[in-house]
Design a protein around this ligand. Sequence first.
Ligand SMILES: [Zn+2]
Length: 434
Amino acid sequence: MTKRLYYDSPDMHEFDSVVESIAPASAESPRPAIFLRETAFYPTSGGQVHDTGWITVGGVDSDGERLRVAEVSETEDGRIVHYLEAPTKTPTKAPLAGAAVHGSVDRERRRDHMQQHSGQHVLSAAFIELYSMPTVSFHMGEDYCSIDLATPVVSAQQMVGAERRANEIVFENRPVRIRYVTRAEAERLGLRKLPPAERDELRLIEFADFDVTACGGTHVAASGQIGSILLRKNEKTRQGTRVEFVCGDRAVRMARRDFGALSEAAALFSTQLWDVPEQIRKTAEEGRLLRKEKDDAMEQLAESMAVADLQSAAEKNGRKIVVRVFSDRDVSFAKLFAQRVTRAGTPAIALVGSSLGSPGIVFAQSPGAAGSSSGSSAGSSSAGSSADMGVLLKQVLSPVGGRGGGSHDFAQGGAPAGSDVQRILQQAADTIEG
Ligand SMILES: [Zn+2]
């Protein structure tokens, strides 16, 4: 087993050691791996993410090659593996077993991990103390961390309550002690959770007079070093509720980012930060009213245009045919107009297009418009009864490369950009009139 220097010296970032063995890069593992006699590098475990840093061959003052430690993990038999960055070339001074090396752990990254991980201990204990909600797992991400609580729901009030209690413990700057006990002793102490029974000696982390738990991670020396604990959102998971949080420097950075976004929103509304939600509600309501007013106005406009066009349209075979191209209105207005034309009471056919943007075409006829014509002139030409809008649309759009379709009384489609919409409509009118 590799001796873990971080167990008793979590603040140690520089250390000397000796190479025990090396696994060169291979097809399965493209990164060389180094095993040391002892290490201060923390391997990914218990929810805490691994350290990164450097290993210098030959010791700190040597001119030996500096090897980048990209990932650290532990093997099942308790050895720690330092994976080096995949080399672009074979290291010229690769260490050999027995070589002296100097290790340097990235300080900022470790401090961040210690803040998040220690904050998690305090937060989990706060949820137990206040609401009897046990933590079942912990996740440390790039941006934020989360704990999964064994409870179906955590209210907004409980979020604030746990956050306040956890920060109280931070502000009291309680010492954090590391000690080792036997399993039997640990059971008597009533720990939050005991790790699976594989080792007899347990490493306990104790936030004075607040929480004791068995953990192999790295922790701050006193709770004040956590800095602050900020709870974010919570969400339901399969087994309970996930609570997101950030500690220390992450809490400051995230609050800074939120403040930036909120300030930008406030400036857009020319208002104070805390008035932004109210402004958004007001703006959304105004938008809703304006859309409604616009819809009403469009319907009135379509209605009056339809009435005017029906008056001037000639009647043939017992129905009026209205042909109209809109160059300044979209196809949804064309549709509205066609509906008004065909539902005005007079049997009518509307052949309407929009040339605004990509050309759109709408064909509509009054329900029964064809029937009224064939009924009044029974036995005459069947042109009236054959006016199927869907068929007609396909008939005029196919030759120009357009697409569309619909039913007997209503059809809609589009023509390729640049098409002569007026001509397409006229062809349809000619077809109907025979
Ligand atoms: Zn821990």
